[in-house]
Design a protein around this ligand. Structure first.
Ligand code: AMP
Ligand code: MN
Ligand code: MN
Ligand code: MN
Length: 283
């Protein structure tokens, strides 16, 4: 079957593998079509593209944009974007910049519970591009405050916990404008991860569709098989195409290994259904 993985992270954001390493690993795992979708950045795409050509796999440009919608954080993946697009670059730069101010507030909150030096510690794990909660998580684990990623988020970094701070990301319409302006396709990332009841979920799908969004991740590393079915149905109801992505962050930091993702349910129209060069690459 066509091995397509349209959601992954490198060291440019919070992945553990550098862009080239990530692509090599994907090729080794039998992935035929890979998108790199670093949080709020496109800095790894050129290297990843070069390595993909060397490995003989098809590369899709991407990014995963942090969005605040109804006071909640959601993620919108942009695929087949032009990484040189000025408005997209400026929008993402604004989000990356705001991450520094947010990181200082996270560190100040952790200070209050006696955890010192977390900003410097987290920066030690980050690339020059992005500082994220994942980097705080690695510092907290290293300092012995938690055993693994799952428990460190649960104890310190999610809403209601001592190291969580509110933050305002891009607006939904901005994210879609940036993606569309750069010639890309907008995809709702891992909807199963959002704390939305069915009414709000439908409102999100409605707004996203009205803004020209085209697809939703039906099969995601962070979805259960039940959720594959649930989001396949919702996709159909809203006339959205279906995407498939592991959300791979590196060995030991991922819900699912590269190349191990389930197939899209048969009822779905894949987001790549009319990407002729992709279909050819995989034929
Ligand atoms: P940020 O964009 O800085 O808020 O960081 C979000 C990132 O943290 C996500 O992209 C995941 O990689 C990671 N993350 C969020 N929640 C969890 C969780 N419960 N367990 C493990 N990793 C998580
Ligand atoms: Mn991440
Ligand atoms: Mn995400
Ligand atoms: Mn992701």
């Amino acid at each position: 079957m066509l091995k397509v993985d349209l959601h992954s992270h490198s060291t440019v954001s919070d992945g553990l593998l550098a862009p080239r390493q990530l692509v090599r690993y994907a090729a080794q795992q039998g992935v035929a079509v890979l998108a790199l979708t670093d949080h709020d950045d496109v800095a790894g795409l050129t290297e990843a593209q070069d390595e993909a050509s060397e490995q003989g796999i098809h590369f899709v440009t991407g990014t995963e944009i942090s969005v605040t919608w109804r006071r909640r954080t959601i993620h919108i993946v942009g695929l087949r974007i032009d990484p040189g697009n000025e408005a997209l670059k400026a929008g993402l730069a604004r989000l990356r910049e705001s991450r520094h101010e947010r990181a200082r507030r996270i560190a100040a909150e952790l200070d209050k519970i006696g955890i010192r030096g977390s900003l410097e510690g987290a920066l030690g794990y980050a690339s020059e591009h992005i500082i994220s909660r994942s980097h705080f998580a690695r510092f907290l684990i290293e300092q012995g405050h938690a055993a693994d990623m799952r428990s460190v988020f649960k104890r310190y970094l999610i809403k209601g916990k001592p190291g969580y701070v509110e933050h305002t990301w891009a607006e939904l319409h901005e994210a879609l404008e940036w993606i569309h302006g750069a010639g890309g396709v907008a995809v709702i990332a891992h909807p199963g991860r959002y704390d939305l009841g069915s009414t709000l979920m439908q409102e999100l799908f409605t707004e996203f569709t009205e803004l020209g969004g085209r697809a939703v991740e039906v099969v995601s590393g962070s979805h259960s098989p039940d959720e594959f079915g649930r989001f396949a149905d919702l996709a159909k109801r809203f006339g959205l195409l279906a995407s498939r992505g592991s959300d791979y962050h590196g060995p030991g930091h991922s819900y699912v290994d590269m190349g191990r993702l389930a197939a899209l349910p048969a009822s779905c129209t894949p987001v790549w259904h009319d990407w002729h060069e992709v279909l050819e690459a995989a034929a």
